[in-house]
Design a protein around this ligand. Structure first.
Ligand SMILES: [Fe+2]
Length: 316
C-alpha cells in the first residue's frame, strides 16, 4: 500500500501502526510523487492526506480515479477535520473511505483491512472482465478476415467520441464497447459467419441472435454494464428498420450509433469473405449514401472530417 502525506512524522506514525499487520508500506511526500508511484508500483491501497503542498488530496484522488486502473484501486482519505463538508468532498473526489485526524491505531487497521478486502473484490471483477475480453479475442480468431477489426473499431469510436467532447467514462465505454460489441458471435455457427454469399431466411435470424447472445454473456458483470447498449443496439438503423428493437434516430443510444458507423467503415476498408476491400473514398461514399437511413448522419460527417486521424490509427 502507499501512504501519501507531506509530513514525515505522520507517515512514520502510520507505518508504525501498520507494522502489526502483514502489509508493505511505501511512502510518498506529495501528490505528484504519489501518482508516479501508483503507475510504477501498482499498490493495493492508497492512504491519502488531504492538505498537502503542490496538489491537495482531493485532486490526487480525482486523478487516481481517472487512471485506467484507478477505479479498481481503493483510496482512503485522511481528512483534517471530521466535518461533513470534508467527507462530502472526499466522496465527490471518488474516495472509497475516509477517516479523521488524528489517526488512531485500531481504527486505522480496521479501515486498511476493509479497504484491502475491497481490493480483493475489485480484483475478481477485474479478472471477470479479462475473461470477457479474452472471449472477444476468441470471436475474432474464429474469423481470420477480421483480424484486429474490433480493436480498430474501439479506437476509432473513442476518437470520434473525443471529437464530440464526450466525457472520459463515455470514451472508455466506446473503446471497450467497440472491442466487445460482436462478442455474441461466439454463439453463431461458423458456416453462417463465413458464408461467402448472402444469408437465407433460416440463417438471418441465427446471425441476428448474436446481439442477444452477447448481452447474455456480458449482463452478469457489473463492470461492463455500460457496454450493454452498444452490444444490443449496434445493428439498429437510423430509419428504424434495424434490429433487435427497431429504434430510430436518437432513440438509438449515441454510443451504439458511433460504434455502428466505425464498425461499418472498418469492415468496408478491409477484406471480407464475400468481397475485397474498398478504398477509403469508396467506403466513405457508401456511408454517405446510407447516412440518414442506415447510419447517423452526424457521426458519418464527423468520420469524414476525421479521416486523417483515423488513418493514423490504422483504421483507414
Ligand atoms: Fe454485430
Amino acid at each position: 500500500m502507499l501512504v501519501v502525506d507531506d509530513s514525515a512524522a505522520n507517515r512514520e506514525i502510520i507505518r508504525l501502526f501498520l507494522s502489526t499487520i502483514d502489509v508493505d508500506v511505501a511512502q510518498a511526500a506529495d501528490g505528484v510523487r504519489a501518482l508516479e508511484m501508483i503507475e510504477s508500483r501498482q499498490p493495493d491501497l492508497v492512504l491519502l492526506d488531504v492538505r498537502m503542498p503542490r496538489m491537495d488530496g482531493y485532486e490526487v484522488c480525482r486523478r487516481i480515479k481517472a487512471m485506467p486502473r484507478g477505479r479498481l484501486l481503493p483510496v482512503v482519505m485522511i481528512t483534517g477535520l471530521s466535518q461533513t463538508t470534508h467527507r462530502v468532498m472526499a466522496l465527490e473526489a471518488g474516495a472509497d473511505d475516509f477517516m479523521a485526524k488524528p489517526v488512531e491505531g485500531a481504527e486505522l487497521i480496521a479501515r486498511v483491512r476493509s479497504a484491502l478486502r475491497l481490493k480483493e473484490l475489485y480484483n475478481t471483477l477485474d479478472s471477470a472482465e479479462h475473461v470477457i475480453f479474452s472471449l472477444a479475442t476468441a470471436v475474432e480468431a474464429k474469423d481470420s478476415f477480421t483480424e484486429q477489426h474490433t480493436q480498430r473499431v474501439g479506437e476509432s469510436a473513442r476518437l470520434l467520441g473525443e471529437k464530440m467532447g464526450l466525457s472520459e467514462p463515455t470514451l472508455d465505454t466506446l473503446y471497450r464497447g467497440g472491442i466487445i460489441h460482436d462478442i455474441g458471435k461466439i454463439g453463431v455457427a461458423d458456416s453462417i459467419l463465413h458464408k461467402p454469399g448472402p444469408l437465407d431466411a433460416r440463417e438471418v435470424p441465427q446471425m441476428q441472435a448474436h446481439v442477444a447472445i452477447g448481452e447474455n454473456i456480458v449482463r452478469p458483470l457489473q463492470s461492463t454494464s455500460g457496454l450493454l447498449p452498444i452490444i444490443r443496439h449496434h445493428h439498429e438503423r437510423f430509419d428504424g428498420s434495424g434490429y433487435p428493437d427497431g429504434l430510430r434516430a436518437r432513440e438509438i443510444p449515441r454510443v451504439a450509433r458511433i460504434v455502428s458507423v466505425c464498425d461499418a467503415f472498418d469492415a468496408l476498408v478491409n477484406d471480407r469473405p464475400y468481397r475485397v476491400r474498398r478504398s477509403t473514398q469508396e467506403a466513405l461514399a457508401v456511408l454517405r449514401a446510407g447516412a440518414g437511413t442506415q447510419w447517423d448522419p452526424e457521426t458519418v460527417d464527423l468520420l469524414a472530417t476525421e479521416l486523417p486521424a483515423l488513418h493514423h490509427l490504422g483504421a483507414a
